[in-house]
Design a binder for this molecule. Structure first.
Ligand SMILES: NC(=O)c1ccc[n+]([C@@H]2O[C@H](COP(=O)([O-])OP(=O)(O)OC[C@H]3O[C@@H](n4cnc5c(N)ncnc54)[C@H](O)[C@@H]3O)[C@@H](O)[C@H]2O)c1
Length: 253
């Protein structure tokens, strides 16, 4: 199908102004989608920079404020977007935070803050879009997990639990929606060349890279490519799957 013949689908990307989220927005817009980047309005400077970075896409990428940890904020955003752009066809949950500490030092606040964004956020968003998707007989949901949800990571009991939970959630929702044309999958990035990993000390970074068979960190474009693949109209037979994008860092069957 040529690009002009594709139906215009409305795609939401949470964490849409982040390192990986921005690239997901670009790739979905290039695939002809109307993209709404959802992120915290409190990141004013980043919102302004994002608007400059995607200006070339015209109105195909727009920003809307949200706090994914807040159920009502998600409901209001989905309603607002419905009125302005039409019903939601594609949802990418890429919002995420870290609150690292070994378990013996982890505070309940570090645990709960992370769960509210990384796991409740996925529930809050899916809960508000899934009914419309199943009623219309089409939907694509892609949740961003992490290799650390598959392997566990020192100092990340909260993050690893949430990211493993994201895949369990996705498999269960995939079963609930499979007969209604809605697919639900996860993408699990390995270590990516983003500010999060750039902050790691140089020697530890070198050790990480040495452990990646492909020999480099992932680029946001590598992750976005997998997301765009799963969000395509003709990806309807892939559901409940986890697509690892980690340069061979963790291989499983
Ligand atoms: N960078 C990596 O190496 C890596 C590896 C594996 C998985 N991931 C996952 O990929 C996703 C994107 O990560 P990234 O590297 O682009 O990080 P990032 O920090 O650049 O992007 C995350 C975005 O989420 C937003 N966000 C945080 N809390 C929010 C909230 N309450 N409501 C709305 N938005 C909120 C942030 O403002 C930010 O823009 C995350 O889920 C992360 O856990 C990243």
């Amino acid at each position: 199908m040529s690009r002009s013949a594709l139906p215009t689908r409305v795609a939401l990307v949470t964490g849409g102004i982040g390192g990986i989220g921005t690239e997901i927005c670009r790739q979905l817009a290039r695939a002809g989608r109307q993209v709404i980047a959802l992120d915290l309005a409190s990141r004013e400077e980043r919102v302004a920079a994002f608007r400059d970075e995607v200006a070339g896409f015209g109105g195909a990428i727009v920003f809307e404020p949200i706090d994914v940890s807040d159920f009502d904020s998600c409901r209001q955003a989905v309603e607002r977007i419905g009125q302005r752009h039409g019903s939601v066809d594609i949802l990418i949950n890429a919002a995420g935070i870290t609150r690292d500490a070994s378990l013996r030092k982890m505070t309940p606040q570090q645990w709960h803050e992370l769960m509210r964004v990384n796991l409740d956020g996925v529930f809050n968003m899916c809960r508000h879009v899934v009914e419309g998707m199943t009623a219309r007989g089409f939907g694509r949901i892609v949740n961003i997990s992490s290799v650390n949800g598959q392997t566990g990571q020192f100092g990340q009991t909260n993050y690893s639990a949430a990211k493993a939970g994201v895949h369990g959630f996705s498999m269960a929702l995939a079963r609930e929606t499979a007969r209604k044309g809605v697919t639900v999958n996860t993408v699990s990035p390995g270590y990516c060349d983003t500010p999060m990993v750039a902050a790691v000390p140089v020697d530890i970074r070198a050790q990480i890279i040495a452990g990646i068979p492909v020999g480099r960190l992932g680029a946001p474009a590598d992750i976005a490519r997998a997301v765009a693949f799963l969000a395509a109209d003709d990806a309807g037979y892939i559901t409940g799957a986890n697509l690892p994008v980690n340069g061979g860092y963790f291989m499983s069957f």
